[in-house]
Design a protein around this ligand. Structure first.
Ligand SMILES: *Cc1c(COP(=O)(O)O)cnc(C)c1O
Length: 227
């Protein structure tokens, strides 16, 4: 038995990867690939380093400030790391976000699209962008409402923003499947190849609906103390 103190992120990572492969094998129409994005928010450098040493390279943080503190050091050692932002982004942090992140999953309003466009032009850096869709239309959650997604996608396109996918966080305590199905349908309608959906509790269901990016935190790192 592995005790709590012996919990190994590298072993948990391997177990999650295996479950991803099994879910892909069982899916009728899996995406061409499914990238495991390890969500390292609230995790210290030492735990993250264990995954890096095990060969993992794709990570996500939900806050720009926290990522700025943790990742520049780790990146020096592991320059091929890919860092994703999965939390909401304030327009005034756009510059820092574009400098730090290789992908941003939370594009959800015209003012942010405008700020990203300006910063991408200024910096010459071009992170992969996902539009966040509030599939459950929950007032406390970020994201565009599903009925507003077509108009917002068209707006991003008019700016030539490099939007390539959609992201959602289904409501807690309901079956996530209809939310994943809705995101898939919207992505197809707008010719967006990437789908960021599925977390520790539901990534296998998301893979069934064509997830290209699953965002997994606690199943790899154990329960978070905070956040
Ligand atoms: C924290 C977080 C995750 C990871 O959640 P787990 O349940 O720990 O896997 C995924 N996506 C977003 C947007 C998050 O904020």
């Amino acid at each position: 038995m592995t005790s709590r103190t012996e919990f190994s992120p590298a072993e948990a990572l391997a177990a999650v990867k295996l479950r991803i492969e099994q879910a892909r094998a069982a899916a009728i129409r899996p995406a061409p690939f499914t990238t495991l994005v390890a969500v390292s928010k609230t995790q210290g450098e030492d735990r993250i380093r264990r995954l890096l040493e095990a060969g993992h390279r794709v990570f996500a943080e939900s806050r720009v400030q926290e990522a700025k503190l943790k990742w520049p050091v780790l990146r020096k050692e592991f320059p091929d790391v890919q860092l994703h932002l999965i939390g909401s982004l304030q327009s005034n942090k756009t510059r820092e976000a574009v400098a730090l992140f290789d992908a941003i999953h939370s594009v959800d309003r015209p003012t942010l699209a405008d700020a990203l466009k300006a910063e991408i032009e200024r910096s010459g850096r071009s992170p992969t962008l996902f539009i966040q869709v509030n599939t459950g239309e929950e007032p406390q959650k970020a994201g565009v409402a599903p009925q507003d997604a077509p108009q917002f996608a068209a707006y991003c396109r008019s700016l030539s923003l490099p939007v390539q996918g959609l992201m959602c966080i289904p409501p807690a305590n309901v079956s996530p499947a209809p939310h994943f199905a809705l995101l898939l349908k919207l992505a197809r309608a707008h010719d967006l190849p990437l789908l960021s959906m599925g977390m520790s509790d539901d990534f296998e269901a998301a893979i069934k609906f064509g997830a290209t990016h699953v965002r997994v935190g606690s199943a790899i790192f154990g329960e978070r103390v905070q956040g």
